[in-house]
Design a protein around this ligand. Structure first.
Ligand SMILES: O=C(CO)[C@@H](O)[C@@H](O)COP(=O)(O)O
Length: 215
């Protein structure tokens, strides 16, 4: 069932390790199927590079198991809450990206001083309030903070990146860390200059509607 979506979820999870956004079993990835509304999500506590697509868990929009042999991610309730509240989203990725997390530890949003953040996140990266893992509060904290951005910092914890597909959420997660690293390096040398809001909007629209091969 939903083999293509499972493959997309697993491939994104493996990329998180390769891009250094998670270590061991940290983070998680989910994708929503447009037709059935079912969610494919990574299993809890399992290293992604050792998984095959049959290890990806399929649940319905309420979290009921549809197909799978493992427990779903501890953050399942949070993914479901975000999907229910953002009907245009079809991919959610949670990471522990080092540079982005350093700002989450400081409870500081990341200002938009690079076209990278404008392109892929939609501007500055908001910070949500702290919520313990596994209680379902992370989802509501993200919805309170994220607005129309494609990523949000989780205070004292990590990152949530979202998109209109799993791939779109992966690009947001990877480019957020890129933007956070460059902002950190600039801060070491002086005061980074935020982009003008009109320039952020222009850069965002280029990536939404013109960039790439528009396949
Ligand atoms: O960040 C945390 C725990 O702090 C979890 O999201 C992360 O370790 C992944 O848990 P799962 O393996 O998805 O259950």
């Amino acid at each position: 069932m939903l083999e293509e979506l499972r493959k997309e979820v697993l491939e994104a999870a493996v990329q998180l390790v390769r891009y250094g956004l998670v270590t061991l079993t940290g983070g998680n990835v989910s994708g929503r199927d447009k037709k059935s509304g079912y969610i494919a999500i990574t299993p809890s506590g399992m290293e992604y590079e050792k998984l095959s697509t049959e290890d990806i868990v399929i649940v319905d929009s309420k979290g009921n198991m549809i197909e799978g042999k493992w427990k779903a991610s501890v953050d399942l309730k949070d993914h479901l809450y975000i999907y229910i509240n953002k009907p245009n989203l079809y991919g959610i990725i949670h990471t522990h990206s080092p540079y982005a997390c350093s700002f989450a530890m400081l409870h500081q949003e990341i200002p938009c001083c690079s076209t990278t953040l404008a392109n892929e996140v939609g501007g500055s990266v908001p910070i949500s309030k702290y919520s313990p893992v596994g209680e379902g509060g992370i989802g509501s904290a993200v919805i309170e903070a994220i607005g129309d951005k494609n990523a949000c910092l989780l205070a004292n914890h990590g990152v949530i990146a979202v998109g209109i597909s799993v791939r779109h959420a992966l690009v947001a997660a990877v480019m957020l860390e890129d933007g956070a690293k460059v902002y950190h390096l600039a801060k070491c040398k002086g005061n980074p200059i935020p982009l003008d809001p009109s320039e952020i909007e222009k850069a965002r629209n280029v990536f939404l509607y013109e960039y790439g091969q528009n396949d």
